[in-house]
Design a protein. Structure first.
Length: 496
């Protein structure tokens, strides 16, 4: 009897799956007027088309199906936006309905997504957190006030490179940039270093942040087949729970340490958060504060350090760009000096190099996934509720209708164009746009030129003898951010 039951249930399941798949392939029950897209295979949909460079594969598919393309990734209906015009529709004209997030399963560890500004839906809690970010942490006044905390870190980066040059060692630019960015952020947030370039003491914190990046960047079966959620077949949520827990312990210690000091006068983010928590405890509690720190480190480190590595890579591949940048720096601040945040305004060519790097190597190629709750009309198409929305910023930065010779690294294109990265010009949106635009933008556009300009202005950089600039390996590795597959290691010679 039992056996019969199992066979009947199995039979019913297979029949249902077959009927559902057939109906879905025939379009039965679907809203009319869906955007075009590749025909899905049963069960996997179009997952097989992604490959290991989904930003490239989807850019190619968009050439056939258009800039508003719908596909099925496993069980997840996904809308791919691949033009500046369509991005403007989604991120500006209909911003509100496209502003919630599609949450990867790993981010549910410790219920992080319930407290995190990155993953909360647009809501009162999200607005409160964004207000703290915009008015207290990343406002010009706050960033000016704690600039001294970052200045020292750039001096230490240059000292580290100087030591490498004395022993004729190469510098792994990505690693040095990651460490410096981590310390720039930890000084902005806690007024202290959490990692030391010469010692192992800060290694654990750096590794924890690194591990979070690795897990978050792994393709997770659960994100395509939510039915596997409880099984967590790759163990990603399990490991993430462990890393988040360890990071929260570090943050808890730092909070306790500061509360014991009893005077909040460091002008850093921790002071600000504790003060808001004291004055308005219903706005943010201790869990919000710890989740906020996690967000700041996860969202701020890889993005910034990868951009710096790509920027160095591009100036090394393009010696005339390097020469022009050196000339501008020598004229404006003097050879061998460290760039200050206040100098950036007077270094237009350096700022153009940063923009051009973000155009051609956007660190977050699909922005952070959005989601719509209900059916939405977009350019005459109907997008079904529940759809995940990815904006392929990488493809937009290479659109030949927007950019002349898009594959060439030409910072000069920005000298006269006025196009900026701040979310108003949809051909260049590496930080996103609309209400979900990256709140860390004002800090990133200070840190990047300061680090890049200081590296260029203090050293000549040499590739290994056998490598010619144009032969540098430009292969990308897709993950939470778009990294260089092969680390850039170069030997510095001091300029003075
Ligand atoms: C080159 C550096 C950076 C790039 C390219 C970048 C890019 C992005 C992008 C594309 C988004 C999603 C925007 C959207 O959905 O429209 C985002 C969100 C976010 N970024 Fe950044 N980011 C950078 C640096 C930073 C830094 C330094 C911080 C903070 C220390 C930061 C904190 C955040 C946060 C908290 C969010 C989530 C905002 C929300 O969902 O409301 N980012 N960033």
């Amino acid at each position: 009897m039992e056996m019969e039951f199992v066979v009947i249930v199995l039979g019913l399941c297979i029949s249902c799956a077959f009927i559902l798949t057939t109906f879905s392939m025939l379009g039965v029950g679907k809203p009319k007027n869906l955007p075009p897209g590749p025909t899905p295979l049963p069960i996997i949909g179009s997952l097989h088309l992604l490959g290991d460079q989904p930003h490239r594969s989807l850019a190619n598919l968009a050439k056939t199906h258009g800039p508003i393309m719908l596909l099925k990734l496993g069980r997840i209906t996904t809308l791919i936006i691949s033009s500046a015009d369509a991005a403007k529709q989604v991120l500006q004209k209909q911003d509100l309905v496209f502003s919630n997030r599609h949450i990867p399963d790993a981010l549910n560890a410790h219920n992080h997504s319930h407290y995190s500004v990155v993953w909360l839906p647009v809501s009162t809690q999200w607005r409160t957190l964004r207000k703290i970010f915009n008015s207290n942490i990343f406002s010009s006044n706050s960033l000016d006030a704690n600039q001294h905390l970052r200045r020292q870190k750039v001096h230490e980066l240059i000292a580290y490179c100087r030591r490498a040059s004395e022993s004729n060692h190469s510098v792994d630019i990505g690693r040095a940039a990651f460490r410096t960015t981590l310390n720039l952020l930890s000084n902005t947030i806690f007024s202290k270093d959490l990692t030391d370039p010469y010692k192992d003491s800060g290694k654990e914190f750096k590794e924890l942040v690194g591990n979070v990046m690795v897990e978050a960047g792994k393709p997770n079966l659960v994100d395509f087949f939510p039915v596997l959620k409880n099984i967590d077949p790759q163990g990603i949520r399990r490991r993430m729970t462990c890393y988040f827990g360890n990071l929260f312990d570090v943050f808890e210690e730092l909070v306790k340490e500061r509360l014991v000091m009893k005077k909040l006068k460091q002008d850093d983010v921790l002071d600000m958060c504790l003060k808001i928590n004291q004055d308005k405890p219903d706005e943010i509690n201790r869990t919000h504060i710890k989740c906020m720190f996690l967000d700041l480190f996860v969202a701020g480190t890889d993005t910034t350090s990868n951009s710096l590595e790509w920027a160095m890579m591009e100036v090394l591949r393009n010696p005339h760009t390097m020469a022009k940048a050196k000339q501008e720096l020598a004229q404006v601040i003097g050879k061998g000096k460290i760039v200050e945040e206040a100098d950036i305004m007077r270094l237009p060519y350096l700022s153009c190099i940063v923009k051009e790097t973000l155009r051609i190597h956007p660190p977050v190629p699909f922005l952070i996934p959005r989601k719509i709750e209900n059916d939405v009309k977009l350019n005459g198409y109907t997008i079904p509720g529940g759809t995940q929305v990815l904006v392929n910023v990488w493809a937009i930065g290479r659109d030949t209708t927007l950019w002349e010779h898009p594959l060439e690294f030409k910072p000069e294109r920005f000298l006269t164009s006025g196009v900026d990265v701040r979310g108003q010009d949809f051909e260049l949106i590496p930080f996103g746009a609309g209400r979900r635009i990256c709140p860390g933008l004002p800090l990133a556009v200070r840190m990047l030129p300061v680090m890049l300009g200081s590296l260029i202005n203090n050293f000549d950089w040499h590739l290994a003898a056998s490598i010619k600039p144009r032969e540098l390996d430009m292969t990308e590795k897709f993950g939470i951010t778009l990294q260089k597959a092969d680390p850039l290691c170069v030997v510095p010679t001091p300029l003075n």
